[in-house]
Write a protein that binds this ligand. Structure first.
Ligand SMILES: [Fe+2]
Ligand SMILES: [Fe+2]
Length: 321
């Protein structure tokens, strides 16, 4: 027997989602970017660090009237913020859920295959952290942005506030897990915004493309994990998870304008406060700017829309089954 298959739960009924998870895990050795060649870290000073259209205020006349030098510094900070959001997803959201699974706090994920998938995900996320830290360090060095500090993301803050409002430990575990599932479904789309962009630094595009390569598998992994753990929850836990699942859609879609407010002030952009304040009304419709079909499909497949909690909670975001 192939040594990598020892300890799988062969007696289990091979469901479609389990077959997919098995294939994803079996191909990890040849697929995962951590197993492949390292990236070339050459910096190209004449190229933009980031795509201007991804700045939430790129159409604001006060931004467009800034000097070329200020706009370039803002673009570089856009890249640093973009990177830090992926770091936050990896360190503050996904890794703690993986640890919850390995420590037996998530029903249904106790088997050998599930544990192996979680371990592979943890290795991938640790490698992404290194990729992103390398790219950000190089940007900070060459652009003289070593002192820029990026505050906590609303994505993380909202999740932590929801956890703080829970009375039971299992509820906090499920809030974290719902945020992980939604983030892992969304992150490949988030990375796709830059992974094919050939006008920016080659290093930056290659960093994002390498990350996205792994995240395309992670979105399937987390969908499959959800299809595995949800039926193993008791009714009370299922109702709670159904209610929580759509909330991270809004948290992920948040435009993170507080971070921009802070960073523009650090850059000494005097018009920054006005620019950000004028963009705040756009944040009210943030959910409309993300493709949440993957989360809705998952909710439909596992039966979240069969619960009143699930229907009501998705309904509050204007999302029908
Ligand atoms: Fe990642
Ligand atoms: Fe991931």
């Amino acid at each position: 027997m192939d040594a990598s298959l020892i300890g799988y739960d062969h007696h289990d009924e091979p469901s479609q989602s389990r077959q997919l998870l098995l294939r994803i895990s079996e191909s990890w050795n040849t697929r995962a970017k951590v197993r492949r060649e390292a990236l070339d870290l050459t910096f190209e000073p004449a190229r933009d660090d980031f795509l201007e259209t991804l700045l939430p205020f790129h159409q604001h006349p006060l931004y467009q009237a800034l000097s070329e030098c200020d706009r370039q510094r803002i673009l570089s900070c856009g890249w640093l913020i973009y990177n830090d959001k992926t770091v936050a997803i990896e360190t503050a959201i996904v890794t703690p859920s993986c640890n919850d699974a390995l420590e037996g706090r998530i029903p249904g994920l106790e088997g050998g295959l599930m544990r192996k998938l979680v371990c592979e995900t943890l290795v991938d996320e640790a490698y992404h952290l290194l990729l992103v830290e390398n790219a950000s360090r190089i940007t900070r060095h060459y652009r003289g942005l070593g002192d820029i500090r990026i505050p906590t993301f609303n994505l993380v803050r909202f999740m932590e506030e929801a956890k703080a409002g829970c009375s039971e430990g299992w509820q906090r575990t499920l809030v974290q897990l719902a945020t992980s599932v939604v983030s892992e479904i969304f992150v490949s789309d988030y990375l796709h915004q830059l992974s094919d962009c050939h006008t920016i630094q080659t290093l930056n595009r290659a960093t994002v493309a390498a990350h996205r390569h792994d995240e395309l598998a992670h979105s399937k992994v987390f969908t499959g994990l959800a299809e595995t753990f949800y039926p193993a929850l008791d009714r009370k836990q299922q109702a709670f998870f159904a209610e929580v699942l759509p909330k991270p859609i809004e948290w992920f879609a948040d435009m993170e304008l507080d971070i921009w407010d802070d960073v523009l002030a650090q850059l000494g952009i005097v018009q920054g406060r006005t620019i950000v304040a004028d963009c705040r009304p756009m944040n009210a419709n943030a959910v409309r700017r993300v493709d949440y079909s993957g989360v809705v499909n998952l909710g439909r497949n596992i039966g979240v829309f069969d619960t009143m909690n699930g229907r009501d909670s998705f309904g509050l975001l204007g999302i029908a089954a």
